[in-house]
Write a protein that binds this ligand. Sequence first.
Ligand SMILES: Cc1cc2nc3c(=O)[nH]c(=O)nc-3n(C[C@H](O)[C@H](O)[C@H](O)COP(=O)(O)OP(=O)(O)OC[C@H]3O[C@@H](n4cnc5c(N)ncnc54)[C@H](O)[C@@H]3O)c2cc1C
Length: 430
Amino acid sequence: MSKQQPIIIIGGGLTGVTTLYELVSRDIPAILIDSESAVAQGTSYANGGVLHPSLPDPWNAPNIAPVLLASLFDRNAPIKLHLAQVPALLGWGLQFLRNSVLSRHLAITQANFDLANYSTRQTDALRQLLGLQFEDAAPGTLKIFRNPQEREAALRLADFLAPHGLSHQVLDRDALLKREPSVANAATPISGALLFPDDRVGNARLFCARLADHAIARGGEIRYATTAQQLLVKNGQLAGVRLAEEDLFGQVVICAGVGAPKLAAPLGVKLPIRPAKGYSITLKADELTAVQPVHPLADASLHIAVTPLGQHLRVLGMAEFIGMDRQLDPHRLTMLRQFFEQLLPDVGAQVDWQGAENWCGLRPMSSDGRPFIGPTPIQGLWLNCGHGHLGWTKAVGSARLLADQIAGRKPEINPAPFAYEKRQRLSIFA
Ligand SMILES: Cc1cc2nc3c(=O)[nH]c(=O)nc-3n(C[C@H](O)[C@H](O)[C@H](O)COP(=O)(O)OP(=O)(O)OC[C@H]3O[C@@H](n4cnc5c(N)ncnc54)[C@H](O)[C@@H]3O)c2cc1C
């Protein structure tokens, strides 16, 4: 295949960089373009850093409608719908609600788990194969709870996924404090946690930078400060991409995160992907004397987590439906800080909040909680986008799934749940 035109990958975040690597490592020439001046400058920049097959459930859980409605009038809602966005989100929102029916929610949760589990293993295999270092660790995740309701909710999901391969262990308070003494003085006492031993952590931005180097060493090309303005079609087939000053010719993979719908729509490829804004604060932790967390600590009810990443601690969370807005809202940052200080008061009193790196990013959220991976009705146009809250977890697996399809090989997991065409007919994983 080495004489063919390079495949053009639009987007240099987690999905784009992994796609570049997986294509060139199958001897398929590829070139990646991104508007920014380095890889991982979009949503992959400072995410939670957790590879968590333990959290594959889409956010449109069966009770989501009243939650979203109430959020319209609640400034502190962790998942917040902004009133001004309601008209723009109408079509997407109806699909989001339709997919929250229990049977669909569970089927999608399982499909997401299969991809997330495969991907996490493949990320580790790549780490070992290439000797990648990206502040990676394998402490497992702790999903904390404070009351029996939160415990039941966490257990329901874990028990559902256990037959599919999710390992978990219930820890009562004593067992939790033995493993994770940092939460001993939480303002609202933590009554226990679920431990997911197979979850991992790593710095997604570092991973992208390191993997990009390997992709280039294998013949891949990256062009920065290069924006795809339009996709070109000839005789019903994808012909290439229009840039500011030239056209590039070849097949195309859209890995453009929240920019994907705008690129695909003129070709009639409708991608129900909308931005769900989240925040993170990264704190220096190498000189603290207080007992620090060693596991990522996830509070599923508040959609907030704290992750130890190398010499740093990162607190992150929230989902705001507020369009393409990328401004840092001080109120949301304060909420994250308060969460951190209540959960880890000793560490919270020592960290340098002034020197912290505050960040927000737009999760590319599909209306059914699944990414789009595979071909489209336009020959030569491929998708790897819409990974929502799980783009780090699923990146390597998604790229492999796509690259195998492009190479004409049998993928290692079932591609049907993530196919564009199947989704249009609303069939569930034929
Ligand atoms: C607060 C927060 C915490 C998160 N935590 C986790 C976590 O712990 N674990 C996890 O698995 N996931 C997590 N995620 C989700 C994860 O970060 C995303 O799913 C992932 O980064 C999406 O990657 P992407 O490559 O699709 O998009 P991006 O990283 O946004 O990359 C898209 C790229 O496309 C480029 N682009 C767009 N349009 C064009 C164009 N026309 N021409 C050229 N370039 C273009 C952009 O410049 C950008 O670089 C989190 C997200 C947030 C916001």
